[in-house]
Each structure stands twice: as C-alpha cells, then as structure tokens.
Ligand binder design. Structure first.
Ligand code: CUA
Length: 473
C-alpha cells in the first residue's frame, strides 16, 4: 500500500487482549496510512468491543482471531444485525497471519451485480492454485529440456578435450570407464545448478514498476527432502560399487606374469629382472604380457607412475614394505615413468624410459644385456655403478658434484674431515662404499651418501665397481 493513497478508514478499532498484537498493529497502520484524521482505539474485552461498536461506529474492526477473551460468535452476531457500513478483519497469528474479511455495506442492485462479477470472485483460492501449478510445470519442463541439452553439450566437450594421455594398458580400461562416468556426472550436476540459476535470473527478474512483495515463505517439504537424500545416496553407493569392481579388475593376477623388481632411490629408477639376472636403467616390457612389479625404495618414499598405464603405486623404504603393481601393456612404444611423490631436490627429474616391445624384441634385449655384461671387471663395474645410482653423485670426468669425482681418484692423498690423511687405495674405497661416514674427505658433508650399499650391492659387484674407479685415470 502506497503512503500517498489516503486511507478509506477514519475510525479503526483493534480488539485483542494481547497488548503486543494491538500495539504492533496500531503502529503499522499509522505508519502506512499517514492519515491525520485517522483515529485508532484499542479494546481488550468482549463487552468493550460490543459497546464501542454501538457507540463509536468504527468503519474497520480488526479482531484477534486467536484471542479466547473475545467471543467471535457473539461479536459476529452483533455485526450481522447492524446496518451502517463496516468492515471486519479477523487476523490469526497462529496460522501465519491468515485473515478473514467481513464486509457490511448496502448496495443498489446494479452495484451488487457489478460486485458479483468482480474477477476476485471468479478466482477463489481453491481455483487459483492449479493455475499456478500448471504455469510452474511449464517452467520445470523448459528447465528440464535445457538441463538435458547442457549436459549433452558439456559431456561432449569434456569427452573430446584430450584430458588424458592414451590408455596403454589393460588396467587403464576400468579406470577410464570410471573417468567417463564421472565426466557425465560432472556435466549433469553443473547443468542442474547453472541452468536453474540462469533461468531464474532471466525469467523471474523483477520488472520495472513491479513492487510486489517477497515470495511465499516455504518451510520444509518432506517428499522433496526424502527424494533429494535417497537419489544422491543411491548414486554414491553405485559409484562405490563400481570403484571396488574396477579396483579388483586392475589387480587381477596372471600366474604367467613377468616379474620386475623396481627399485627407487634419490634420484633414479632401477629395474631388476630376477628371472634373467639383468639390471637395467630402462624398464623394458613385452607387449600384452602382464608384468608383476615389486616396488621398493632405498631411501624415502617415491611413487611409480606411468600416466599411460593409469595405475600408480608408492614405493616405500624397508625390506618388508614391498608393494605390488600389475601392468599389462597393450601399446608398443616408449613411455616414461615419473616419480609422483615429492622426494627431494631432483624429484622433478626422476624419470626413466619405459619401453614396450614385442616378445621377440624383448628376448633379443635380454640376450644383448647378458652379452654386454661380458667378463671384463671394469665394464661390469661401470654397469653396477650406473644401475645403483652412483653416477648421480660422482662424476667420471672430473666435474664437481655432490660426492668426489672418480676421475683420477685412485692413488690420491685425501685430507679427511678429522684432519688425518689417507691414500685412496682398494681398502679405502671399500670402506667408503660400505661405511661411507667413517672417512669423509675434507670439503664433503658426512651423512649425505647412503649407508645401504653394504646390503643392496653384492660384494663381487662392489669389487668390480672399485675396478671401474681404478680405471678412471
Ligand atoms: Cu622420487 Cu619424487
């Protein structure tokens, strides 16, 4: 109601035993109507209402519907028998401010006919609701179609952007299937939220001059709440089921699997083939044959990850913490194993080639590796030094690195951190490898070189590494 319109009422009677009801209403009426001629009286009992109705003749009576002190029946009887124009509002605060209006006036037959034809009479409250429902059904249908279209569009985009590298293993298939389903769920949920939001912003935007009040206050809707709990719960349970089925699929064991021991260290990968006695820097795998990887670490936690194979496994330091991973490569080609666990300064460069070859090429590679080892202790020592990661910290060309260079090392005289002096001979080199903190040369930090080689490199190989060092003049 606009404050400019002069109110049609001049005498308003408020009847309620509840002072808050009366005061609140009186303030509101005065603020809204701003009519200097307006007179408001408040009464709190049955007798007072009836007597004011007779003597004062108010043109509007507002009656507290919930007030037991005022007899509605008696009051209405009195109201019906009276003659001068008067309107009555019965206000119930208990039913969220529901109002019943009685209007007593005398009309000419023509006025009465007009009044009967007023639009409010052809649209009673009970008829009004289905109309509203039909128009909101229309909105739901439009929104439903838009959501389906948006879901399709976003899913199409997500499936066609190359988010993942090629899937190159049997184990990648269930994982990509899960990815695919998630892409669909992401498209659907995104559309559900964004389409409803966007549609409401555009269609239900306030129009110029539309001063209508706020929408209906809706408090709770049990069927809706049950539906929006049950459906997502069902979806989550279904995904949990799919997840466990997929996990089992990636772990399915082939008894004929080729065993490869994967050793991670700061910062290298080493691949051992116990069936052939081969140690390699590159992981070579025959295509379409399951490889059983047994992963371990020499120092900190690393993580074996070839994105094209999809599966990933941490490598943990410790004899009894060997982890297994099964990979059946399906695509020929060269990939890269990366370390997927922050493991120190060179973590980013901790990658090695993974070559998937035919069975014939694999057999040839095995033969070549065995032949290359030969019988020359220097050549063999170089292989062991490379395979055990020695060359990450020791250069063989005199350039400075974490540890002393091996070039020209043999026969040198070293000053140690404790001030004593030693000559680098076979005995010193053996100690330096198996107990590296015992005699640290000046200029180098104790505790940097791992103390594990005594256990991880067979003694014969250590002696051959020393032969290799001796050869670097
Ligand atoms: Cu090893 Cu990161």
């Amino acid at each position: 109601m606009s404050p400019k319109t002069s109110a049609p009422y001049q005498r308003v009677l408020i009847a309620s035993a509840n002072p808050l009801f009366g005061q609140g209403l009186e303030k509101m009426i005065q603020r809204q109507w701003k009519n200097p001629q307006l007179e408001i009286r408040r009464v709190a009992s049955n007798e007072a209402v009836l007597s004011e109705m007779q003597s004062w003749s108010p043109d509007l009576i507002i009656l507290d519907y919930d007030d037991k002190a005022i007899s509605r029946v008696e009051f209405l009887q009195e109201f019906v028998t009276g003659e001068q124009p008067m309107q009555v509002m019965l206000v119930s605060l208990k039913s969220s401010g529901a109002v019943v209006v009685y209007d007593r006036r005398t009309m000419t037959p023509a006025q009465a006919e007009d009044w009967l034809n007023l639009p409010k009479f052809s649209q009673t409250t009970s008829e009004h609701f289905p109309l509203q429902r039909r128009s909101s059904m229309k909105h739901f249908v439009i929104v439903g179609v838009l959501i389906a279209a948006f879901t399709g569009l976003i899913y199409f985009l997500l499936s066609n952007i190359p988010l993942l590298p090629i899937a190159a293993s049997v184990q990648a298939q269930p994982i990509d299937r899960l990815f695919n389903l998630h892409f669909f769920m992401i498209s659907l949920l995104f559309s559900l939220i964004v389409v409803f939001l966007g549609y409401s912003l555009v269609v239900f935007r306030q129009k110029a001059g539309d001063d209508e009040e706020d929408g209906v206050y809706i408090k709770g809707n049990n069927p809706l709440e049950i539906i929006w709990t049950i459906i997502p719960l069902g979806i989550v349970i279904y995904f949990a089921y799919l997840g466990s089925v997929s996990l089992a699929e990636t772990r399915r064991a082939d008894p004929q699997a080729l065993e490869i021991k994967v050793v991670a260290g700061q910062w290298f990968w080493r691949f051992e083939y116990p069936d052939y006695g081969i140690v390699s820097n590159a992981m070579v795998m025959p295509v379409n044959k399951q490889a059983l990887l047994k992963l371990t670490s020499l120092d900190v936690i690393h993580s074996f990850w070839v994105p094209e194979f999809r599966v990933k496994q941490d490598t943990l330091p410790g004899e009894n913490l060997v982890r297994e991973l099964r990979v059946t490569p399906t695509e020929l080609g060269e990939f890269k194993v990366r370390c997927a666990e922050m493991c120190g300064t060179s973590h980013a460069y901790m990658e090695s080639p993974v070559k998937v070859v035919t069975q014939a090429e694999f057999d040839q590679w095995v033969q070549d590796q065995l032949a290359a080892l030969g019988t020359d202790p220097v050549a063999r020592g170089e292989v062991w030094a490379r395979n055990n990661g020695c060359l990450s910290c020791h250069s063989v060309d005199g350039s400075p690195n974490v540890g002393p260079t091996w070039k020209g090392l043999y026969g040198l005289t070293h000053e140690l951190t404790d001030g004593s002096v030693v000559t680098v001979d076979d005995a010193y080199l053996l100690t330096a490898i198996i107990n590296p903190n015992a005699q640290v040369p000046k200029g180098f930090v104790p505790g940097v070189m791992p103390q594990i080689y005594k256990d991880t490199i067979p003694e014969q190989q250590i002696l051959e590494i020393i032969e290799y060092i001796k050869s670097l003049k």
